[in-house]
Design a protein around this ligand. Structure first.
Ligand SMILES: C[S@@+](CC[C@H](N)C(=O)[O-])C[C@H]1O[C@@H](n2cnc3c(N)ncnc32)[C@H](O)[C@@H]1O
Length: 239
């Protein structure tokens, strides 16, 4: 919370944060026609900026080199889920993209989470997500309604394991539970993306990811757009 008279820059600095302004200029998101077509549909249905959306688009293409299905936990109105599904469909429509959300808002907020208390982002529905997916004619998805993994993980068949997971659940315990379910099912070369890693208010996710950074068999990249990206090492087993 900002104290009276305190700017957001002051608030960030007091918490060890600052606005990140990389100096790079290469901008493939501005003329990638396939991405722009999808982004045009989903941009009103996501909280995620186009830099992170484009990184998801690129990382799904990379992840499709590895066998397995795809998963997003934290779908809200379907924007990033549609990006993931659209890119997966371009490569192989047989791979299922599981889209998991409570559709009643954030759960498992706790003392490590500065902003979230539970119930945020409840302004969505399975039907809303279905309409976004239909607009893009995506038939490679399965929507899971309920707390993941507790209530819906048993619906994930993923017989060939997983190649990709986008975790956008905002809080420590949620990120931890999803990661612990995904890691044993993630094939070597598979990728996990944490949307919330670099953001004030989502410190619980940052703390969780920093805590697994030194785990053997995982390569972690902090992308300055705010993502943390984990690649499971090629010579590691599923667990
Ligand atoms: C920030 S929103 C996701 C934003 C979305 N990726 C987008 O494109 O804008 C976070 C979502 O995570 C969901 N969520 C949080 N914890 C969850 C859990 N353990 N299982 C299922 N959904 C969860 C919330 O219901 C909420 O819709």
């Amino acid at each position: 919370m900002t104290k009276q008279g305190e700017s957001s820059e002051e608030k960030y600095r007091a918490a060890g944060y600052e606005r990140v302004e990389p100096k790079a200029t290469y901008a493939p998101w501005s003329d990638d026609v396939a991405f722009l077509r999808v982004n045009d549909v989903i941009k009103e249905h996501t909280l995620v900026d186009r830099y992170r959306c484009y990184e998801l688009w690129q990382l799904v293409a990379q992840a499709m080199k590895t066998p397995g299905d795809l998963l997003e936990v934290g779908v809200w109105r379907g924007g990033t889920g549609a990006i993931i599904a659209a890119q997966a469909a371009r490569r192989n429509r047989k791979r299922c993209v599981y889209l998991a959300d409570t559709f009643t808002g954030v759960v498992k907020a706790g003392s490590r989470d500065r902003y979230y208390r539970g119930g945020e982002h409840a302004n969505t529905s399975v039907e809303h997500v279905g309409r976004v997916l239909n607009t893009l004619e995506l038939d490679n998805t399965r929507v899971l309604a309920g707390v993941f993994p507790d209530e819906t993980a048993e619906q994930v068949a993923a017989e060939d394991g997983l190649c990709f997971c986008h975790i956008d659940v905002d809080v420590y315990e949620g990120a931890k539970d999803v990661t612990e379910w995904v890691l044993p099912r993630l094939n070597p070369g598979g990728i996990i993306v944490y949307d919330d890693y670099g953001f004030y208010g989502c410190e619980g996710v940052t703390e969780f990811v920093n805590g697994i950074m030194d785990k053997t068999g995982l390569v972690l990249v902090h992308n300055l757009n705010g993502h943390a990206v984990i690649v499971k090492a090629g010579n590691s087993t599923r667990d």
